[in-house]
Design a protein around this ligand. Structure first.
Ligand code: BGC
Length: 850
């Protein structure tokens, strides 16, 4: 990772998160901890050691009171700490999504995010956060694109390093995931990603290597997929050979949830921990394998030692000093304030045209504003799947702008509904779940965050799975608009749906038959079904109830209850909706349209099939832009979408999935109280078909060949004839910069730039390197270093960017599977200078053989 070093002017923000914040004398602490770990290990018999390597439930490990070991609890990650339960009774701070954090290009900001998450983890009794996700944006179709950082390994590694340091500063562990090459979701449990040695080392392993070496993570998570023929939970070469052997990782390797499929394969493959429990391939099965002579007990000892070390680091082993004493934890962080700051720093201003005398943004004098779009009212603040958390409040763009603009100057219009099917009941619903036994006796319950109920492995207090018979989701619904509201369900098992006293459905939920390549839970979650409409009046509460009979006959690896109450607002004529929005835009001084994806587009568990905005949103923008030349489009998505109208609108601001304070941050940036600080961490194509890499589906034999080799992201775009809509690194601010000087030595480069615009500003200095024309297969250029700088109008700032020897190395594979890093000597060219598409300053740099 690159350490910027300020030498002049207003200098840098020091964006490298350097140094570990361990307590007192770290070496003494380590030695004492290792001693306690050895003593604890020595006191354990085979059965207890094997038990310690398997989850006791979905999120935790067993306590072993005899050795003073308390139960270790893990939780997702990465934008918040969900805790054990999927409930509104246990809210979490929701930060912007990982693509947004990476768009800040600021490892120190990532470190601050990590510290907040450690604070959240302590509050929720969580010891290990299942994050960060540092797989690469190989294809824009990757379903969990929003949850990873970038298409570039250097940027991914730097942000991941900052994040891990921050979490561990607070004495909480991480699991850097998913090791490795879990870059898409299609057939994720079985896909075999075939990757040549150079791209494997230079791209996919590189962020993990940087984080292991620079941040010393206490955990790594083994991915579901295979790499080059061996599933990652059994991949001895990568787990033992590379991760532990070459990089010196001394933490725990935990399986992704349900990824461990073989007792012997796992323990020989370097996997320490099989999650979740209680049914796992470790525990009793592992002890039996040792007794049968199939597994050497020393492997179990090594894994148990690492798990005990993790427990000791987070303060769960009596007699072992934790890595961070409670008194040494960082100062408390204001969660909502940090969420808002990260959002502002992440927004990427893609386009900002002059209207009148000045660029349309910031809106110095917005006048009357037409705010348009479903996502303006119902903001999508995070991506779906295990990354989901439940904040106690969400500031939508409508909330944020309404609070910031003078009363009476804002008018809202829906414009287009991107939801193509019913979604989990949300706005207007206040719901509880009540669990009952077969006799109808109440066992327990909790408040729900929305229509989706998800009890996986952990049921509310007082509810035993054996006696559980039904769960009822019930409460009130206050419609925002009048008309024919649509209702439905999702789930397997009995479902009885009643709205305003009318039974809309009483029967069995639909599901697709289990498929051996699918997630084990896919069939269990069921398929959505619409069951009818009820005419309701705006503002008048009605009772809703969905009684679910739990399908006990399903053989699932964990105790699970999942079903959903679905809802859709009355369907309106799409033309009429657009016409209303156009009229609002026509009569306003400024039009702001918020467009976005839905949870059916960006979520864990499946990949995308295209990059189009769902519903009629493209038509909406085109028509609004034709009616108002001061049209600003805000894009609410976690990953690239096609913006076919981008040259017709005055400004485009990418707001990502902005976290709980997104709407407040949006008002700050649109109104010029803060500059949009983000730069694209990934190339945005104009159309999917231009993208150099897009395939995410394995062939019939389950293989996904990474045939493009090193040419991923801008490395691939740079050799394509089609240019992207917006290149990697692109992002405008509210001031201008002139790059004045670039000079370099073998170990560092110095860049001087001047703020030539009217406002103070922040710039991300990006330094790229191009190789000599020497016949070695390499991309036309790659990112070598970066740093954030700030400067007042008219002042210059100079930054020194260290150049790592790795910048000039390639992986040289040997025929036996090993290999080494090899410096390629020659005269390279360094490039810098925004905007990212044109890098006007260049400097030669001669590198000697190393
Ligand atoms: C995801 C992991 C997550 C785990 C636990 C898995 O399906 O791939 O990222 O940490 O579930 O929720």
């Amino acid at each position: 990772m690159m350490l910027p070093d300020a030498t002049e002017g207003d200098a840098t923000d020091g964006n490298a998160a350097d140094g570990d914040a361990t307590s007192g004398n770290a070496a003494d602490g380590d030695a004492a901890r290792e001693q306690a770990v050895e003593a604890a290990l020595g006191a354990l018999g085979l059965d207890d050691k094997a038990r310690l390597l398997a989850g006791q439930d979905l999120w935790s490990l067993p306590a072993l009171p005899a050795i003073g070991l308390a139960s270790l609890v893990m939780s997702d990650g990465p934008i918040g700490v969900r805790g054990r339960r999927w409930t509104a009774d246990d809210p979490s701070i929701a930060l912007p999504s990982p693509t947004a954090l990476a768009a800040s290009w600021d490892p120190e900001l990532a470190r601050r995010a990590g510290r907040l998450l450690a604070q959240e983890a302590h509050r929720k009794g969580v010891h290990v956060l299942l994050a960060p996700t540092v797989n690469l944006h190989r294809s824009p179709l990757g379903g969990r694109h929003f949850e990873a950082y970038s298409e570039d390994p250097l940027l991914t590694g730097a942000i991941g390093t900052g994040y891990v340091r921050g979490v561990q500063d607070g004495g909480v562990g991480v699991t850097v995931k998913h090791f490795t090459a879990n870059d898409a979701e299609t057939e994720r449990f079985t896909v075999d990603n075939r990757i040549a040695p150079r791209p494997l080392r230079e791209l996919y392993l590189a962020p993990f290597e940087a984080i292991v070496k620079d941040a010393g993570p206490w955990g790594v998570m083994a991915a579901y997929n295979s790499v080059n023929g061996t599933t990652m939970t059994e991949n001895t070469a990568l787990n033992e050979g590379v991760l532990r052997g070459e990089w010196g990782f001394d933490g725990v390797l935990v399986s992704d949830w349900l990824a461990a499929r073989s007792t012997v394969g796992g323990i020989r493959g370097g996997l320490d921990l099989a999650m979740p429990g209680p049914l796992t391939v470790y525990g009793e099965a592992l002890a039996a394998a040792v007794r049968a002579g199939e597994v050497d007990e020393s492997l179990v000892d090594a894994a148990a030692r690492r798990v005990l070390r993790l427990a000791a680091r987070v303060g769960l082993l009596a007699g072992a000093p934790p890595a961070v004493a409670a008194a040494d934890r960082p100062a408390p962080v204001d969660g909502p304030a940090l969420a808002r700051e990260i959002a502002r720093r992440s927004f990427v201003l893609l386009r900002n045209e002059v209207r009148g005398a000045a660029p349309v943004l910031p809106l110095d004098a917005p006048g009357t504003v037409a705010l348009i779009g479903a996502a303006a009212r119902d903001a999508r603040i995070l991506g779906g799947g295990s990354a989901q958390v439940f904040p106690d409040h969400v500031v939508s763009p409508l909330d944020g702008l309404r609070a910031a603009l003078p009363a009476g100057t804002l008018r809202y219009a829906l414009g287009a509904d991107p939801g193509e099917e019913l979604g989990a009941a949300g706005a207007g619903f206040a719901l509880r779940a009540t669990a009952r036994d077969a006799a109808g006796r109440e066992l327990g319950g909790e408040r729900l965050p929305g229509g989706q109920l998800q009890w996986l492995g952990d049921l509310p207090d007082g509810v035993g799975f054996d006696e559980l018979h039904t769960v009822e989701t019930h409460g009130t619904f206050v419609p925002r608009v009048g008309g024919e509201h649509r209702f439905g369900t999702r789930g397997v098992g009995g479902l009885r749906l009643t709205v305003a006293g009318r039974v809309l459905f009483d029967g069995a939920g639909r599901f697709s038959p289990p498929d051996e390549k699918a997630d084990p839970f896919e069939a269990f979650f069921g398929l959505p079904s619409e069951h009818g409409t009820v005419r309701l009046a705006a503002g008048e509460p009605v009772e809703v109830s969905l009684v679910h009979t739990v399908p006990k006959e399903l053989q699932l690896p964990i105790q699970a209850v999942s079903f959903a109450l679905l809802h859709g607002e009355p369907e309106r004529d799409p033309e009429e909706l657009i016409a209303e929005a156009v009229e609002a835009a026509r009569t306003a001084d400024t039009a702001i349209v918020v467009v976005g994806t839905t949870d059916r587009v960006e979520s864990e568990g499946f990949d995308r099939t295209d990059l189009r905005l769902p519903g009629r949103q493209d038509d909406l923008v085109t028509r609004v832009a034709a009616a108002n030349p001061r049209t600003v489009v805000v894009v609410n998505s976690g990953a690239p979408v096609e913006l076919p109208w981008r040259d017709e609108v005055a400004a485009v601001l990418l707001a990502w999935f902005p976290g709980q304070e997104g709407g407040a941050a949006l008002a700050d940036v649109l109104l010029g109280r803060a500059e949009p600080g983000g730069r694209l961490p990934t190339t945005w194509p104009a159309v999917l078909s231009d993208a150099p890499v897009s395939a995410v589906s394995p062939s019939a034999d389950g293989v996904l060949a990474y045939d493009e080799g090193l040419f991923v992201g801008y490395r691939g775009w740079d050799r394509c004839s089609a240019g992207p809509a917006y290149p990697f690194g692109h992002g405008l601010g509210y001031t201008q910069w002139e790059y004045e000087e670039l000079s370099a030595t073998a170990t560092s480069a110095v860049v001087r730039l001047r703020n030539t615009g009217p406002r103070p500003g922040r710039e991300v200095v990006q330094l790229y390197v191009s190789p000599p024309d020497d016949g070695v297969a390499r991309p036309p250029r790659w990112l070598a270093a970066f740093a954030s700088v700030e400067a007042a109008p008219g002042t210059s700032v100079q930054v020194t960017l260290p150049l790592s020897p790795r910048t000039f190395q390639v992986w040289n594979p040997y025929p036996n599977g090993a290999g080494e890093w090899h410096t390629i000597p020659g005269t390279y060219t360094l490039h810098t200078g925004g905007p990212a598409a044109s890098l006007p300053l260049g400097a030669p740099l001669t590198v000697a053989a190393g």
